[in-house]
Design a protein around this ligand. Structure first.
Ligand code: 5GP
Ligand code: ZN
Length: 117
């Protein structure tokens, strides 16, 4: 069923507590944890607890939860005292997506180049 946990999904395992993560915030619908390979002083991933392969499919099926992910991204940045930050949703392997469970990267704590690579 859409949104159900997937046995082979790393982020579903983090939601279940089967893989450890440094969790910084949790809500009824989301978990935020530090990226294992940080690209900036603040690099936190915000994920929905439900499984969708990318941000757009999450938003199509569960717009309220997609909004929760964005709100939590802002809460993370505020907690990290990042006034300027970037929210990134890599979508598709060609754009650098490696984990196919929707997630927002929250990047901050340093100057960020625009346009990105
Ligand atoms: P993507 O490349 O799909 O946009 O982002 C996946 C992110 O997950 C990468 O930045 C990667 O460093 C992070 N990541 C991969 N495996 C783990 C893990 O086991 N724990 C944590 N905390 N982050 C992970
Ligand atoms: Zn998943």
């Amino acid at each position: 069923m859409a949104g159900e946990p997937q046995a082979d999904c790393l982020f579903c395992k983090i939601v279940a507590g089967d893989v450890p993560a440094t969790v910084v915030r949790e809500t009824e619908t989301t978990v935020a944890f530090r990226d294992i390979n940080p690209q900036a002083p603040t690099h936190v991933l915000v994920i929905p607890k439900v499984h969708y392969p990318d941000a757009a499919s999450l938003a199509a099926a569960e717009p309220g939860i997609a909004g929760d992910v964005l709100r939590e991204a802002g809460e993370v940045a505020a907690e990290e005292k990042s006034e300027s930050y970037r929210i990134v949703f890599n979508t598709g392997a060609g754009a650098g997506q490696t984990v196919f469970h929707a997630h927002a990267h929250v990047l901050g704590g340093r100057g960020l180049q625009w346009p990105p690579g």
